[in-house]
Design a binder for this molecule. Structure first.
Ligand SMILES: Cc1cc2nc3c(=O)[nH]c(=O)nc-3n(C[C@H](O)[C@H](O)[C@H](O)COP(=O)(O)OP(=O)(O)OC[C@H]3O[C@@H](n4cnc5c(N)ncnc54)[C@H](O)[C@@H]3O)c2cc1C
Length: 445
């Protein structure tokens, strides 16, 4: 049988290799480290965790990432098995001993007779065979250049300038209102496409003071090459002048507060729909390097967002990722070259767990293909299905930014209360439904 080739033995590539070998299909795993390094990796081990040592919440009843852990364990995932083996005490979170963890992943892959690990960088896009590219946020420059040549320069981002994303049901619509600037749009839905949060002069001044005073993170050495083309952090805009934001992303013109039509807002924060379900909204133009704690404090000063719950906070990092909604099909294959699948963070998911989960799915799909079968993605009522549905179709392609798994990606349930107060019923209902549907999907294979 022809082997599946994987480029990159990170979180995604390691999990994909394991899944393929377990299905009885040979694998060649290509990894450029340690001969070619990145600014963040320190070792030559597989599945190195480059920053924190946390796989986040392990609560598979009330938390979407905990549910994703459950699905990966149920699908015999190597990454979860080794994370469990080298678990450290961390309350409800799954923290791991990072060195022991990646050494154990490496040893498990080396011990598997169907896996061959081949050192070296791969720079070209393969013309034939069954390939998975799992080269992560720090994909080597030569390969990134060739991906860009194939997909177009706009379709592979080098930087992730993320505006915070808010759960729609946590926005106070007795303060905010729906309206596009100057009521632009052909349809009623287009004319109401944005959610607007008004500010008085005093609120705006207090907001600018908080922005300027907030704790920020610094770029790492080597991270900034090619940065700052039109995606300034909001705090940098505020540093350039107290009025800059009011003439930029917070301009109030063309908008009328439907709750108080006679009152002109001094500034307006706009949120734009972020997924087809309409459950998530991003704050327009609010990419930021503020620390996470500071972000929640500062953004909850915005009228209408005082109780906001964030699906993800803002950030700006070096991160190579594809515009997957336009480039990949629902089997995660490049539409223009279906012999190549992508997996991991380069597909536009974010985080160790999500990357490994997409590796798990890509590995199973590639193994099925090698055996002459076709594996559909899990239903999008599951955590893995919701995530893959988001990157290959559910997300807005124009504003596509990397995404963590969260309940906002799950199709809503009928007969369960929405809003913050409904969570204690809604979240267990989501995870119960996910477990049932994931088991059904697995047993059909
Ligand atoms: C600075 C930084 C900090 C981060 N902090 C966190 C965090 O705290 N928590 C979190 O959950 N996530 C964090 N992330 C995101 C994290 O990198 C991903 O979640 C995860 O590592 C992605 O897994 P992956 O397998 O897609 O990529 P990686 O784990 O990066 O694996 C990709 C592999 O491909 C190899 N490779 C690249 N190009 C080639 C090539 N041309 N040929 C052969 N091999 C190649 C690389 O050497 C690497 O081993 C961070 C990312 C960065 C850059």
């Amino acid at each position: 049988m022809q082997p599946v080739h994987i480029i990159g033995a990170g979180l995604a590539g390691s999990e994909a290799a394991w899944q393929i070998a377990r299905a009885g299909v040979p694998v060649v795993l290509h990894e450029m480290r340690p001969a070619v390094g990145t600014f963040a990796h320190k070792t030559g081990d597989c599945a190195e965790m480059v920053c924190s040592n946390s796989f986040r919440s392990d609560d598979d009843e009330m938390n979407a990432v905990g549910q994703l852990h459950w699905e990966m364990r149920t699908a015999d995932g190597l990454i979860m098995a080794m994370a469990d083996r080298y678990r450290l005490p961390a309350g409800g979170a799954l923290a791991v001993d990072r060195d022991a963890f990646s050494q154990a992943v490496t040893a498990a892959l080396q011990a598997e007779p169907l896996i061959q690990i081949v050192p070296g960088e791969i720079s070209d896009l393969p013309d034939e065979g069954n390939w998975i590219i799992a080269t992560g946020p720090l994909t080597s420059d030569a390969l990134a250049a060739n991906i860009r040549a194939e997909t177009g320069t706009e379709a592979l981002a080098f930087f992730d300038a993320i505006a915070p994303i808010v759960h729609a049901d946590s926005i106070d619509m007795s303060v905010a209102w729906e309206q596009s600037r100057y009521d632009k749009g052909e349809t009623e839905a287009e004319r109401r496409a944005y959610i607007n949060c008004p500010m008085t002069k005093a609120e705006y001044e207090a907001f600018i003071d908080a922005l300027l005073a907030a704790d920020k993170t610094e770029f790492r050495e080597g991270e900034t090459a090619g940065y700052f083309d039109g995606c300034l952090p909001i705090e940098v805009m505020a540093e350039r002048g107290r009025e800059t934001l009011r003439f930029g992303p917070m301009k109030p013109i063309g908008l009328t507060n439907s709750h108080k039509p006679e009152e002109k807002a001094y500034a307006v924060v706009q949120l734009r729909r972020d997924n087809a379900l309409g459950t998530l909204y991003n704050i327009v133009g609010f990419q930021t390097k503020m620390k996470y704690g500071a972000q929640t404090d500062v953004f909850r000063m915005i009228p209408g967002l005082q109780d906001a719950s964030f699906a993800r906070l803002g950030g700006i990092h070096r991160n190579s990722f594809l515009n997957s909604p336009t480039l990949l099909d629902d089997r995660m294959r490049l539409r223009s070259r279906p012999n190549i699948r992508f997996a991991g963070q380069v597909t536009g998911v974010e985080g160790y767990v999500e990357s490994a989960a997409i590796g798990l799915l890509a590995g199973r799909m590639a193994a099925a293909q090698a055996q002459g079968n076709d594996l559909p993605p899990p239903p999008y009522t599951t955590a893995l299905g919701a995530l893959v549905n988001h990157i290959t179709g559910g997300a807005e392609a124009k504003t596509f930014q990397p995404m963590n798994v969260n309940f906002g990606l799950f199709p809503p349930l009928e007969d369960v209360k929405s809003g913050r107060r409904g969570r204690k019923d809604r979240y267990p209902a989501y995870t119960q439904r996910a477990k049932h549907d994931f088991r059904t999907w697995l047993t059909a294979q």
